[in-house]
Design a protein around this ligand. Sequence first.
Ligand code: HEC
Length: 141
Amino acid sequence: MRFNNILFLLALVVFGCKNQPEEPIEKKELVMAETSEMAQLMNEMYAYNESIKQQIINGKFNNSFPEKFKNIHSAVLTSPSDRDANFESFSKLFLEAQKAVFESPSENLTTNYNAAINACISCHEVKCVGPIPIIKKLLIK
Ligand code: HEC
């Protein structure tokens, strides 16, 4: 495992969503043992963007939009009540921004990539502030 991946996993443990109400210890352990479908998708989206970030920096970007990301509209959340009208509009904005990266002329690639990451952050500012510090690491400076 690369050092970066280890850091990422550690960060997840530290920055996981703190939207859950406090629960008794036994139940908490149960919740932490299970990763929701959405959390799993989010981790895949993180890893994917981390890999295309490197490709863009190296000038070797050659990918197509992962259709799987559309599951953001259906994946089961840890807190199903998070899926409200706000969540749906942030999801749409994010998918549009992420798709634009793959349709981008190379001179706009970095700008469009950063716009997609900022769309992750916009939703997180409202829905799940915990992971924002690690999502910011995806931005190309
Ligand atoms: C529409 C809102 C929204 C968008 C867009 C969004 N997220 Fe999330 N994210 C969430 C919510 C809500 C959770 C909590 C999911 C759960 O626990 O079921 C989450 C969880 C996460 C987690 C923690 C997963 C875990 O293991 O607990 C990471 C990391 C993450 N998102 C990264 C990203 C990245 C990277 C992007 C963009 C590529 C992104 N998110 C886009 C709402 C969003």
